[in-house]
Design a protein around this ligand. Structure first.
Ligand code: PGA
Ligand code: ZN
Length: 432
């Protein structure tokens, strides 16, 4: 029997994200199936990412505009063409770059819709994505980019100065390259997290060592990024691994966040784009073979220097990733491809606004030889569907924060990062 969208029962509600800020959850019910979808939020946002409205407005838009639109269409949900049609109706209604309805209204609904579509076919979400987007389907191993040392907008507190009290590079991530399974990758991340904690507390005292927005460490008074790199390498070794071989580093510089009037305010100095490229190439040369990738090494509109950074990094085997640069949207990705601006795109579903739209961007990237790294946001929820997206498409990486070891995070309600890693473990264990 056809499952018609007219029979859907939907409700939207306010929930809290990992920063304690209100966000939106949608619940859809059809017969005996109930599914959910949440929307996360960023702190270091790209200028051109899909726009949001207030949480109350988003809830209103879902219940009074979008759900009635879907119900009136009365489409057969067991056909994927209908799912795409509902997504496209939503995009058409949402206004320019989602400014009218808000991506915080469309995305949770879209995520719930994809879960429902998968459930109607009795499939896991990742298997459904593979079935309906065969060009994207891949079994390639996904690297975990685990954010272990935090700086920038994710760590700074009122009255503090970046480059002095906190490092200005937003994220230093560890990537367990040698892990044969996702379970092992998670364990390696946990061991490095533990080793780093011990090192930092011994060196700086427990009071100065805290966990920042994405659950990785931050140290008050440690503003020098080079010192932070050295400490992370020390932790990798202390945990029993070989830097460069077993574990590499990935960076998110988030350079747009310290770019003002044509200059980068970095490490207490004013640097030009060319100086930033030099800083990053020198850094890679200082640690040859140790870095997998550098995300947002430059600001989102510094196109010319992006091309030069990517050319430099290609000769050093380091992948450049565009986050604010591309904001998971086709026009900016196309421009980046013309400029050879970056080798990979960061994929954030809420920058795009819908799951279908996100998959179209990923498809275009893949066809153009641009790799994908699927990512969470700094303000997260327990929605783990980005793991399915990464797993289904065999993306280069899944970037979803610190592993949140259970010793320090005993309450599963706080596992907004960990659940994504655990989902990867579960999918692998079921399908190996
Ligand atoms: P955001 O941070 O969610 O605050 O944008 C994550 C990132 O920059 O990759
Ligand atoms: Zn980023």
């Amino acid at each position: 029997m056809a499952a018609l969208s007219g029979q859907l029962v939907g409700k939207a509600q306010q929930i809290m994200d990992s920063r304690g800020k209100p966000t939106v959850r949608v619940e859809l019910t059809l017969g005996n199936i109930t599914v959910k979808g949440d929307v996360p939020a960023g702190a270091s946002k790209g200028e051109d990412e899909a726009q949001t409205v207030s949480v109350t407005q988003a809830i209103d838009n879902i219940e009074k505009v979008l759900l009635p639109l879907w119900k009136n269409a009365n489409l057969d949900l067991s056909s994927h063409a209908s799912i795409v049609q509902l997504e496209e109706m939503m995009i058409a209604q949402a206004g320019a770059n989602f400014s009218t309805l808000g991506a915080n209204a469309t995305l949770p609904l879209s995520r719930a819709l994809w879960r429902l579509a998968a459930a109607l076919r009795d499939k896991e979400l990742f298997a459904y994505i593979r079935a309906v987007e065969p060009e994207l389907a891949s079994h390639q191993r996904v690297h975990f980019l685990m954010n272990i040392f935090n700086g920038g907008l994710h760590a700074i507190k009122p009255g503090e100065e970046l480059g002095r009290e906190r490092i200005d590079i937003q994220e230093i991530m560890v990537v367990p390259m040698a892990a044969a399974t996702y379970q092992r990758a998670l364990e390696m991340g946990e061991r490095i997290d533990e080793a780093l904690k011990t090192i930092l507390i011994e060196k700086f005292s427990a009071q100065r060592v805290t966990r920042a927005d994405e659950a990785g460490f931050s140290v008050k008074g440690l503003g020098n990024s080079s010192e932070a790199f050295a400490l992370v390498f020390e932790a990798i070794q202390k945990a029993g691994f070989k830097p460069g071989e077993d574990v590499k580093l990935a960076l998110d510089v988030a350079a747009s966040s310290f770019y003002h009037e044509g200059m980068y305010q970095f490490q207490g100095k004013q640097l030009s784009g060319k100086d930033m490229v030099k800083y990053l190439t020198d850094l890679v040369d200082k640690y040859p073979g140790m870095l997998l990738s550098i995300e947002d090494g430059l600001a989102e509109n510094d196109w010319e220097n992006w091309t030069s950074l990517t050319a430099q990094m290609r000769t050093r085997n380091v992948v450049t990733i565009g986050d604010d640069l591309f904001v998971t949207q086709l026009p900016r990705l196309k421009r980046g491809i013309e400029h050879q601006a970056a080798d990979a795109i960061l994929i954030k579903v809420n920058q795009n606004g819908t799951v279908h739209g996100t998959l179209q961007v990923m498809k275009f990237a893949k066809a153009s030889g641009v790799q994908c790294v699927v990512s969470h946001r700094s303000g997260e929820t327990l929605d783990d569907s980005i793991a399915d997206l990464a797993y289904a498409t065999g993306s280069l990486g899944l970037k979803t924060g610190d592993p949140q070891p259970m010793g320090d995070f005993p309450d599963p309600h706080t596992w907004v990062r960990r659940v994504k890693y655990l989902r990867m473990v579960a999918m692998e264990e079921r399908t190996i």
